[in-house]
Design a protein around this ligand. Structure first.
Ligand code: MN
Ligand code: MG
Length: 639
């Protein structure tokens, strides 16, 4: 049977040590008791509560907390003792979140729909992720206030450096041992997020919020917490990287695992699955068993795709509990075989009911037509051709909106626009943009631009422009001109959103050269960089329209370069552009191309089967058929 705690005492933050001291210490039980404890994790839900793809306006059985809730019920039923945690990136990520964030749309009961669904599931604790700040602090505060479970973060700090939420939690639970005896245990919880929030959401956080290095925050808080608890769980909204540590890492879970006193690490942020083939076993990482520096660790995908499960065996010795054994796994809500999706979990009626009002309102909102496309707009060619229609539409809307807003002192400078593809098959072969000619609705704009970024503009030199494009070109593998075999074109570790294409320029990318590592290097992949046919001079000044995320992360060392911070989100700008034009024809001049290689080479890449219709316009394109997991492999002849 499942034992739910009959007496929950939650000791939060600064009050924890004082309160804990007033509680009677549990009497030492005889040695030898064994407790089996199942710890469950959700992460990066991004408001995917329903099994619904709001961009395609159809059901999607590969996403949804409603499916996870069913897995949670089953996981609890088959365990004597269990706890449930969420790892953040919870209130942003799809049109439901956008709808709720609009003025006047916050639910009348004061509870964010995702939190309302989670409240019904009996979460024990949660932390926050980087995307929680995308709509500003007011919405975040409102959303967190509705949670019936405690939320902690050790490196989300106010201007004075004090934690805004409790840095740590102590949860008291009574667990049933294998021999039927009941034992009170204290579970310590500590939460972390990427300190990069300060750059990524500077417009919301500047002057109000600080953050610190994840590992430093752990060293600051773990020893005191460890001294008070039987088990210590880290909720790390941060991915896994084994590169030599420099400090301030976005993906710090591996280094966190080396901090003494942590028993279990829940990871996330990278939208991958651990343990499993998304990660390679290497020194300190066991990608099969699920350990980081020997500590059990799990990452449960994204959008409710998987439930993270860590089964602990706790053994009592001398009155102390230690982790004697563990297994780590993830449970998917669906299986994808070729193009076929098989659901592995039914919807949970309670979760469906919890979000039904906002789900219905979101559907009505996304279906409102706003204009007409005279041609299809897709992202299938974004990484292989400089004439991609999805990027061209975003860049056209950004220029239309931002150029008139530039300070008059900058008038006369060339104005360019940068956009990167977000939906590029990274998560599944369905993860592309394909808007057909005809009516276009808000859901299509949300599909075209899935992040709530705002418009920004930066002033750059010709040298900085070239440097920017060098970093973008890092998405391509280095191609050996002497190798006659097909060579994979794309580096799977570089996300497509880092591949900015800058409209207004023309350039070529020499993929026989090594990718730029770090900010400065000698490699030159960008050649023949020109503006209106004239080579770009190193000292020439340009304005580039981009988003706040790129402006603040690429120009963190030089904030003065940011010459415009517009209040509007890029997708609101696209919506207004379409409303203003009504009939949209997208011009797609070729912005970039692969530089001549000097020898015939074949590069290969994966894309969707249905991409063939658009890719076949490229010279030298061949489809090789099934590439596994629903993808099709294509090759491109270069010379
Ligand atoms: Mn996320
Ligand atoms: Mg994240």
């Amino acid at each position: 049977m499942t034992l739910r705690p009959t007496r929950r005492i939650i000791l939060q933050g600064a009050a924890a040590s004082g309160l804990a001291a007033t509680l009677a210490a549990p009497a030492l039980a005889a040695d030898g008791a064994v407790i089996k404890l199942r710890l469950l994790e959700t992460s990066d839900l991004h408001t995917f509560v329903e099994d619904y793809d709001y961009y395609r306006d159809q059901k999607d059985e590969t996403v949804g907390l409603t499916k996870i809730a069913t897995l949670v019920r089953a996981a609890r039923k088959s365990a004597r003792n269990s706890m449930l945690f969420d790892n953040g990136d919870t209130i942003q990520g799809n049109p439901l979140a956008d709808f709720v964030a609009q003025p006047g749309n916050f639910p009348a009961d004061g509870i964010h729909p995702t939190i309302r669904a989670m409240n019904g599931m009996g979460y024990d604790a949660a932390t926050i992720g980087n995307h929680e700040f995308n709509y500003g602090l007011a919405l975040l505060t409102r959303a967190l206030a509705g949670a019936n479970f405690p939320i902690c973060s050790a490196n989300y700090l106010d201007e004075a450096g004090a934690p805004i939420l409790p840095a740590t939690l102590i949860l008291e639970r009574r667990f049933t041992a294998e021999d039927g005896t009941i034992h009170p245990l204290k579970i310590g919880v500590i939460g972390f997020l990427p300190p990069q929030i300060i750059d990524w959401d500077r417009e919301h956080l500047a002057g109000r919020v600080r953050s610190t290095d994840i590992v430093e925050a752990a060293h600051q808080h773990v020893p005191a917490l460890r001294a008070q608890v039987d088990l210590l769980v880290a909720l790390s909204h941060s991915g896994i990287s084994t590169l030599p540590r420099q400090g301030g890492e976005e993906n710090a879970s591996f280094y966190l695992a080396a901090v003494p006193g942590i028993d279990v690490i829940f990871t996330g942020h990278s939208h991958k699955v651990f343990p499993g083939p998304d990660y390679a076993s290497e020194y300190g990482v066991d990608a099969e068993r699920g350990t980081l520096n020997g500590i059990p660790a799990v990452m449960p995908g994204f959008w409710g795709s998987e439930l993270g499960v860590i089964d602990l065996t706790l053994a009592q010795s001398g009155g102390r509990w230690t982790v004697a054994d563990f297994t780590v796994s993830t449970q998917p809500i669906a299986m994808r075989q070729d193009r076929q999706v098989t659901s592995l979990a039914a919807n949970d009626p309670a979760v469906d009911a919890a979000v039904a009002p906002e789900h219905a309102k979101t559907l009505a909102w996304i279906r409102e037509p706003i204009g007409t496309l005279t041609q299809p707009v897709t992202s299938y060619t974004a990484l292989v051709s400089g004439a991609d229609s999805s990027l061209a539409l975003v860049n056209a809307a950004q220029l239309w909106y931002a150029a008139p807003l530039l300070p008059t002192a900058l008038h006369g400078l060339p104005v360019l626009s940068a956009a990167a593809p977000f939906k590029e098959g990274y998560q599944s072969p369905d993860n592309y943009i394909e808007l057909t000619a005809g009516s276009i609705a808000i859901k299509d704009v949300a599909d075209l631009y899935m992040y709530p970024n705002t418009i920004a503009a930066v002033r750059v030199s010709g040298t900085e422009l070239a440097e920017w494009l060098e970093r973008s070109a890092g998405i391509f593998n280095r191609i050996d001109p002497g190798n006659p075999a097909p060579q994979p074109l794309l580096n799977p570790h570089v996300p497509s959103y880092s591949f900015d294409v800058i409209a207004g320029l023309t350039y070529q990318i020499d993929i026989t050269q090594p990718a730029r590592r770090g900010r400065y290097g000698d490699a030159r992949r960008i050649v023949n960089l020109a503006y209106r046919g004239v080579p770009v001079a190193p000292s020439q000044a340009f304005i580039v329209i981009t988003n706040n995320y790129r402006a603040d992360s690429a120009f963190a060392q030089n904030p003065a370069a940011v010459v415009l911070r517009a209040p509007d989100q890029v997708r609101d700008v696209i919506t207004r552009y379409i409303l203003a034009q009504r009939r949209i024809t997208v011009a797609t001049p070729e912005i970039w191309s692969f530089a001549p290689i000097g020898a015939p080479v074949t590069v290969s890449f994966e894309s969707a089967p249905q991409a063939a219709r658009y890719l076949s316009a490229l010279p030298g394109l061949t489809s090789l058929g099934d590439g596994g997991d629903g993808y099709t492999t294509y090759t491109l002849q270069l010379a």
